[in-house]
Ligand binder design. Structure first.
Ligand code: GDP
Ligand code: IMO
Ligand code: MG
Length: 464
C-alpha cells in the first residue's frame, strides 16, 4: 500500500519527521514535486539531518526516489549525498528520467524576477533556487530533463535552443546586464550560466555520474514494481497546501502541487493507487510562514521583530512562539512570521487532499501559554465563512473569528511520548479533539518535540 505525507499549511509543518517516523515500515520513499526549495529535518538520537532533495527515508537507509514531478538541481543532489555520506549515511537515491533539471540560469532568473518585484507587493519571497523558472520551462516545453543529461547530443541541442532565449530575457526584457548580476547569487557562476559550452560540460558530467551510479529510473515503473512485489511506498510531499500553485494563495505560492493529487501525477502511479492508501495531513499546531502573502491569524509584525521595534501582547506572543519553536529561516536566520492555527485553511486542505489521518506537531511549543487561540472562521465583507476564499485579495480582507482554549502546562514531553495519549495534558487533548472533529479526521500522531522518539503515536497508517 501507499502512505502520502502532505503539508496542510504553509510548509515546515514537520513532514520530514513524520516520514522518518512511519518510514520504518516503507521500502521506498518518493518525492513527487518541488526541489531543493524544501528543507526537511530528521532528528535521530540527537543527530540532526537536514534534507532538501534526498527523501527523508535516507536516515533509515530506505531507497529514495525523486519522481517526474520534481525539479532537480544535480549539483545540490550530489553535494547533499556527499554530505550525508560524511555523516555516516549511505543514501540510495533514484531520479526519474522524466524529472526536469534546474540549470544555473533558472536560479539567476528567479533572483532577478524577485528583484524586479522587490518594490511591489507581489514579491513572493522565493527560496531563490530556480524552482519557478524551471517549472515555467517544463510547461513551456523548453525544459531539459534528467534523461537528456544521459544523451550528450540531445543535451547540446536543447541548450543551443534555450540559452540564447534566456540571455535575451535577461538583457532585453529585464534590461539587466549580466555583469551586474555577478556575486549576487551564492553558488552560481553567473557568466557561465548563459554559456552553452560551459553548461554542456557541467551537465554532461552530471549525466555521467547519474549513469555511473545507476541513479536514473522510469519512476512509475520502478514504483509499480515495488508495489507488485509486495513493497510499501511512501510519498513525501514538500511545501504545503496553502502554497500549492492551484490550491494555495496565488501568486504567493510555489510552482508545483504539494497536494495529494500531485503524488499520482508526480510519480507515474494512478490516482487509484494513491487513493487506496492513506493520506496524512501534517499540521503545525500554530502557523509559520517564510514568504509573503495573507495570514489572517498572524501574530505581531515580523518586520518589527527584525527591527526590534515591536511591543504589546501579540508581539510578545509571537516572539515567544518563534523562539520556542525555533522559527527562524534555516538559510538566512530571518525570523519567520507566526500566527494562530487557521481552521478555514485546514478545512480547505482536508478537502483538497482527502486526508485520512492527521499528524499534529509542535504541541510542546505552545505549552506554558495561558490561552491558545485558533481562527475558527473568518468574517469577510459582512459574511461569516468557514473556508478560504479563492482569491488572495478577498483572503486579505478576512478577519479571523478566534476561539480560545485554555493553555496546557509544560511537562516532560519525552515521558508523554513514552506513556502515550493518556499522558497528554487534558487541555491539549481538548485542542486536538476540536481539530479532529472540525476536520472529521482522526489524529494519528502528536509531535511533542523534534526527535523521532518525541511523538505520541496513536496509529500507524501502514498497519491500517
Ligand atoms: P518540513 O519541511 O515539513 O519537513 O519541516 P522542517 O524540518 O522544515 O521544520 C520543522 C522543524 O520543527 C524542524 O526543526 C523539526 O525538527 C522541528 N519539529 C518537528 N516536529 C516537532 C515537534 O513536534 N515539536 C518541536 N518542538 N519541533 C518539531
Ligand atoms: P518544505 O518542504 C516553507 C515558499 C517560499 C516562497 C514560496 C515560493 O521545507 O516545507 P519557491 O522557491 O518554491 O518558488 O518559493 O514558497 N516555500 C516554502 N516555505 N517550506 C518549504 O518547503 C517551502 N518551499 C518553498 O518561501 O514563499
Ligand atoms: Mg522545511
Amino acid at each position: 500500500m501507499t502512505v502520502t505525507i502532505v503539508g496542510s499549511q504553509l510548509g515546515d509543518e514537520g513532514k520530514g519527521g513524520v516520514v522518518d517516523l512511519y518510514g520504518d515500515a516503507a521500502d521506498v520513499i518518493a518525492r513527487y514535486q518541488g526541489g531543493d526549495n524544501a528543507g526537511h529535518t530528521v532528528v535521530e538520537d540527537g543527530t540532526k539531518y537536514k534534507l532538501s532533495l534526498v527523501p527523508s527515508g535516507a536516515v533509515r537507509g530506505k531507497v529514495g526516489v525523486l519522481g517526474n514531478g520534481c525539479v532537480v538541481n544535480p549539483k545540490t543532489l550530489f553535494d547533499e549525498i556527499d554530505t550525508l555520506r560524511e555523516q555516516g549515511l549511505d543514501p540510495d537515491v533514484r531520479v526519474a528520467r522524466r524529472a526536469h533539471t534546474i540549470l544555473p540560469y533558472h536560479r539567476v532568473l528567479d533572483n532577478i524576477e524577485e528583484d524586479v518585484k522587490s518594490d511591489t507587493d507581489i514579491k513572493v519571497g522565493t527560496t531563490g533556487r530556480g524552482i519557478g523558472p524551471t517549472y515555467e520551462d517544463k510547461a513551456g516545453r523548453r525544459g531539459i530533463r534528467i534523461g537528456d543529461l544521459l544523451d550528450p547530443d540531445v543535451l547540446r541541442k536543447r541548450l543551443e535552443y534555450v540559452v540564447p532565449q534566456k540571455r535575451a530575457l535577461i538583457e532585453d526584457v529585464y534590461n539587466v546586464s549580466l555583469a551586474d548580476v555577478d556575486d549576487v547569487i551564492e553558488g552560481v557562476d553567473v557568466q557561465n550560466a548563459f554559456d552553452v559550452s560551459a553548461l554542456y560540460e557541467q551537465y554532461r558530467r552530471f549525466g555521467e555520474r547519474l549513469d555511473e551510479e545507476n541513479m536514473t529510473v522510469a519512476a512509475g515503473e520502478f514504483l509499480a514494481e515495488t508495489i507488485e512485489d509486495g513493497g510499501e511506498v511512501m510519498f513525501e510531499g514538500a511545501q504545503g497546501t496553502s502554497i500549492d500553485i492551484d490550491h494555495g494563495n496565488y501568486p504567493y505560492v510555489t510552482s508545483s502541487n504539494p497536494t495529494a493529487g500531485g503524488a499520482a501525477v508526480g510519480t507515474g502511479l494512478g490516482p487509484t493507487t494513491v487513493g487506496q492508501g492513506e493520506v496524512i495531513g501534517i499540521v503545525k499546531a500554530y502557523l509559520s510562514r517564510v514568504g509573503s502573502g495573507p495570514l489572517p491569524t498572524e501574530l505581531g509584525d515580523v518586520d518589527e521583530q527584525i527591527e526590534g521595534t515591536g511591543e504589546g501582547e501579540e508581539y510578545e506572543l509571537a516572539t515567544y512562539i518563534r523562539e520556542e519553536g525555533g522559527e527562524f529561516g534555516t538559510v538566512t536566520g530571518r525570523p519567520r512570521r507566526v500566527g494562530w492555527l487557521d481552521m478555514p485553511m485546514l478545512r480547505h486542505a482536508a478537502r483538497a487532499n482527502g486526508f485520512t489521518g492527521l499528524a499534529v506537531n509542535h504541541i510542546d511549543v505552545l505549552a506554558g501559554l495561558d490561552e491558545v487561540k485558533v481562527g475558527h472562521t473568518y468574517t469577510v465583507d459582512g459574511e461569516e465563512i468557514d473556508t478560504i476564499p479563492a482569491t488572495t485579495e478577498r483572503w486579505e480582507r478576512c478577519e479571523p473569528n478566534l476561539k480560545t482554549f485554555e493553555g496546557w502546562e509544560d511537562v516532560d514531553w519525552g515521558d508523554v511520548a513514552r506513556e502515550g495519549y493518556e499522558a497528554v495534558p487534558e487541555n491539549a487533548k481538548t485542542y486536538l479533539e476540536y481539530l479532529s472533529e472540525e476536520l472529521d479526521t482522526p489524529v494519528y500522531a502528536i509531535g511533542v518535540g523534534p526527535g523521532r522518539d518525541e511523538t505520541v503515536v496513536r496509529e500507524n497508517p501502514f498497519e491500517n
